[in-house]
Each structure stands twice: as structure tokens, then as C-alpha cells.
Design a protein around this ligand. Structure first.
Ligand SMILES: O=C(O)CCC(=O)C(=O)O
Length: 306
């Protein structure tokens, strides 16, 4: 936030490597249940903020070691892939992006299931939510503001509507007003129209946050990457989720090799769409995709119950 902007309520992650300012007094350790209850109340508060204002920032959510590893990995990937900026205004002519990250390296498997972020997304959507896409966004010096948009604006459903998409931006570097921090229009998730695709920053606020913090928003919120007037890149990870009954933005089942899918943690397998939603949606001949992939016996679908 800019200093003249009202501060968001301060939330503190309590994951490994994070200092949770409110959780302990010196020499005192809360028991596991108390810590879980405290986390749960924080997740509720974040979900409530998304409901009312369209966004929240989870400060210090990600372990510094994971941030370092992600930065190194992305640098290596961009070099290996020869990644260049796109040639369109939306992706940015001075921005590099690497898509389909779950297929690139096992390190990225930690991202969709992060214990300080996924519970918030599960509250905004529901636990049957899916990974919609996972990509990196490196805004280079000289980039202009991205056109203002809503991530659900290609979905032909009247607005406003309940959240269908819940997206997150992981700050791998500090995000500042000068280096391209994401800009957004608070409350616009309740608007009857989507973003106007203008580059104007009038009426927008800036998600200034420290490296390791995460911006989480309702997919109806108008937003866009900021301009970078510094001499250093702004690096973010766009970890995006959608409702379990929707089509994912990146095709996870074909885009990730079967041997990689088989090795995912069970929760990640669900999140990429290898389970069925509400006991039915996504089945193959009444089997879960995961059972088809593994040749294992399936529990069947909701029709088989009772
Ligand atoms: O890079 C950002 O801060 C936002 C990017 C974004 O909203 C998008 O590419 O859809």
C-alpha cells in the first residue's frame, strides 16, 4: 500500500520460517490445536476480506528458502527455454512468462498446496476447487501498466456472481508501486461490468507487499500488473484456482505428463482435476480420472450410493 492509503488488516503467516507476531509470548509455545484454531480464524478473516473488498494480502506467508529456490528455478527455466516477452499488450511487451509450471519441475508441486494459502482459496471457492493455471510473471524495467481486466471476463455469465475463480500472486521480490506491483480496483468484484482493458491507473490501488507475501483475489476483481519504472525486474508467481465444476485455464490433465501426475501428492492430484467434483463431475465411465490413470478400482460416482 502507499502510505496515504488505508492499511489493510495485518495478517501474519505461521508457516515454517515465518514469525507469527501474534501467536506466542516469549518462552511460551501454543499447543497444536490452539495454533490450528488461530490459523483457521486468520483464514476466515482473509476469506471475509475477499468477500467484502475483493482481495486480501497474506503477509510473510511463504518460507524464504522456498522463495529463493523458486527464483533460481525460474531463472534457469527462462534461460533453458529462451523465454522472450510476448508481442501483445496483455501479456506485456516487457514481461516474460513461463506457463505450465507443474510440468517443468517438482519444486512447483509445493505451490498449489501451500498451507497458508490453499485454506483461504478453499473458503472462497470450496474444497473441490482446482488448479486453473500456474505461471511466472517477470515484469521487466520499462513495462507499461497492463490493461485492467477481470480474470473471469471471458466467462459468459452475468456479473456480479459468486466467486468462480480465486487467484493468487506470490511476491518473489518485493512488490512496490514503482516496480510493477499488481494494481486493482477495490470492490470491483461486485460490479456489473468487467474491467475496461484501459491502461489508466485512476481509481486503482497498488498491492505493495514484501517478498514472501501473497495477494489473493476474487476472479471478478478488476486488476492488472503495474508499470516498472525501476531498473530491476518484479518477479511474481501467478497461482490461479477455479471452481471444481469449471474448465481450467491451462489443461492440467494433458499438459502434465502421466508419470508426473502419478507422483503428485494426493491433494495435488485432486487439485489438478484427477478426482471428481461432488461425486460426479469429471468422471470417465463412472471412474475417477486417477483410477483410470493408475488402473485402480474406483469407488464409483454419486449415483452408486444408496
Ligand atoms: O502481474 C501481475 O501483477 C498481474 C498479471 C495479471 O493479472 C494477468 O496477467 O492476468
Amino acid at each position: 500500500m502507499r502510505p496515504d492509503e488505508p492499511r489493510l488488516p495485518a495478517f501474519h503467516g505461521s508457516g515454517e520460517g515465518c514469525y507469527n507476531a501474534g501467536s506466542t509470548r516469549a518462552g511460551e509455545k501454543p499447543d497444536r490445536q490452539a495454533a490450528e484454531e488461530e490459523d483457521s480464524m486468520e483464514f476466515d478473516a482473509h476469506a471475509q476480506a475477499i468477500e467484502t473488498q475483493g482481495f486480501t494480502i497474506v503477509e510473510n506467508a511463504i518460507e524464504p528458502g522456498l522463495i529463493d529456490a523458486l527464483i533460481d528455478m525460474l531463472e534457469g527455466l527462462e534461460l533453458a527455454l529462451g523465454t522472450e516477452p510476448a508481442r501483445n499488450d496483455f501479456e506485456g511487451r516487457a514481461t516474460t512468462r513461463v506457463y505450465n509450471l507443474l510440468a517443468r519441475d517438482r519444486l512447483f508441486e509445493k505451490v498449489p498446496i501451500h498451507p497458508q494459502i490453499l485454506p483461504i482459496v478453499e473458503r472462497v471457492l470450496d474444497p473441490g476447487c482446482l488448479v486453473s493455471s500456474l505461471s511466472s510473471i517477470r515484469i521487466l524495467p520499462g513495462e507499461l501498466p497492463q490493461p485492467l481486466h477481470a480474470d473471469d471476463q471471458l466467462i459468459p455469465i452475468a456479473r456480479p456472481h459468486p466467486p468462480l475463480i480465486c487467484n493468487t500472486m506470490w511476491a518473489l521480490t518485493d512488490f512496490t508501486a514503482e516496480n510493477g506491483a499488481t494494481r486493482f480496483v477495490p470492490g470491483s468484484h461486485k460490479s456489473a461490468t468487467a474491467g475496461d482493458l484501459s491502461r489508466s491507473t485512476a481509481g486503482t490501488r497498488c498491492a505493495e507487499m514484501r517478498r514472501g507475501s501473497v495477494l489473493v483475489w476474487d476472479g471478478s476483481l478488476w486488476h492488472g500488473g503495474g508499470a516498472n519504472s525501476t531498473d530491476k525486474p518484479r518477479i511474481g508467481l501467478a497461482m490461479n484456482y477455479c471452481a471444481g465444476f469449471m474448465r481450467q485455464q491451462e489443461n492440467q490433465q494433458l499438459g502434465i505428463p502421466p508419470e508426473r501426475l502419478r507422483a503428485f501428492a494426493p491433494r495435488l492430484q485432486q487439485l489438478v482435476g484427477l478426482d471428481i467434483y461432488n461425486g460426479l463431475i469429471g468422471h470417465i465411465d463412472k471412474k475417477r480420472p486417477l483410477d483410470v490413470l493408475n488402473g485402480t478400482k474406483s469407488r464409483g460416482v454419486i449415483w452408486d450410493v444408496g
